[in-house]
Design a protein around this ligand. Structure first.
Ligand code: GLY
Length: 352
């Protein structure tokens, strides 16, 4: 598979990826490689990674606990302390080996350590392959509020090796599928139709096309002034729903993709009512989402809390919630204001 060229770094796929990484590591004057893992990626991904990396450089492994609840500044402090105690300096390289928590947090840790050291992303989940590892967003959550603290910083390289997908659960794969659906409905309907019509998916092709799309969007609008906002489709209400489940001790957490899939259905419903998005396509999206994820029953009594969480969305300006909505598939409108009753109605529609 051909490599993809991002703004200042390459995205390499499987075959040539590890030799490219070994070249990068050996031909730069890096002092120590810090490999950031969690307990799962250390057990299931690190052995393959280390077998393929050809270098004599000093390697230190730093392990953090898996899970979104650990994507916070306290974990960053632990990693910064570990790098410091292990003699990290300005020529250290951080290699993130894991899902979105590891790549987002690791990129942030690297970007702040001694005002910024290099990092490489090796995503091991579908979600991090098609979204988190590419595009330069790094950061952590603030309490349950998603990605509130962070900086834009680009890795030196991204390596996408789909073999790692054999180490994650079916539920994790479905979580990443939501981002592919997002690219499908906002940018390239072929992707959505493939997922809608076929259960026998060639995941490598879907990943490649998704990364191509994300890269195209980010190249045109790296700092999210306009076009990049389409990557937030479904995420405005979706993040609020995800945060609500994270903070509700009596409810099982939703995966990012499960929450975003609900968000996409609701935001498409808003699009029907505000922008005349075609209703038959809303039905197609809803039935695809329900077929993949089943149905979560959003309780009326929880709507107030979800609406409250919406007020913290990163796109808000002057307390106004800004949605990305669709005139049609592949035809978006940014900065849409949506009346509260329509947001509630959209959740009722999802439930119906
Ligand atoms: N995950 C959305 C973005 O990278 O812009």
């Amino acid at each position: 598979m051909e490599s993809i060229k991002a703004v200042s770094y390459p995205i390499h796929f499987k075959d040539k990826a590890y030799s490219a990484l070994s070249d990068l590591v050996n031909n730069s004057n890096y002092s120590t490689l810090f490999i950031l893992v969690d307990e799962n990626t250390f057990e299931h991904c690190y052995p393959k990674f280390i077998k393929n990396l050809q270098t004599d450089k000093r390697i230190e492994v730093i392990e953090i606990e898996s899970g979104e609840v650990n994507k916070n500044l306290e974990t960053c402090m632990g990693v910064w302390n570990a790098i410091t105690e292990l003699g990290g300096d300005r020529k250290s390289l951080v290699i993130t080996l894991g899902g979105g928590v590891i790549t987002d947090l690791g990129g942030f840790v690297a970007s702040c350590f001694k005002r910024g050291i290099d990092f490489v992303n090796i995503p091991t989940t579908l979600l991090s392959m098609v979204d988190a590892s590419v595009g330069g967003k790094t950061g952590v959550d603030l309490g349950v509020l998603k990605n509130q603290i962070g900086v834009f910083a680009n890795p030196q390289m991204v390596i996408v090796d789909t073999d790692y997908l054999t180490t994650v659960t079916e539920r994790e794969i479905k979580s990443g599928t939501a981002e592919i659906i997002k690219y499908g409905v906002t940018y390239d309907t072929t992707l959505f139709n493939t997922i809608k019509d076929t259960s026998d998916l060639d995941v490598s092709d879907l990943i490649f096309r998704s990364i191509e799309i994300k890269n195209e969007v980010v190249l045109k609008d790296p700092k999210e002034q306009n076009l990049r906002k389409i990557l937030n489709f479904g995420h405005t209400l979706g993040h609020a729903i995800e945060s609500f489940y994270l903070e509700s001790a009596d409810k099982e957490n939703l995966t990012h993709g499960e929450a975003i899939a609900i968000g996409m259905v609701c935001e498409t419903y808003m699009s029907v009512h505000l922008l005349g998005f075609p209703e038959d396509k809303l039905e197609q999206l809803k039935s695809t989402v329900v077929a993949i994820y089943g149905k979560v029953n959003l309780l009326q009594q929880d709507f107030t809390d979800i609406m409250e969480l919406l007020k913290h969305d990163k796109k808000n300006v002057n307390g106004q919630v800004n949605f990305v909505l669709l005139n049609d598939f592949e035809d978006y409108k940014i900065d849409c204001k949506v009346p509260e009753n329509l947001i509630i109605e959209s959740m009722n529609y999802y439930n119906s």
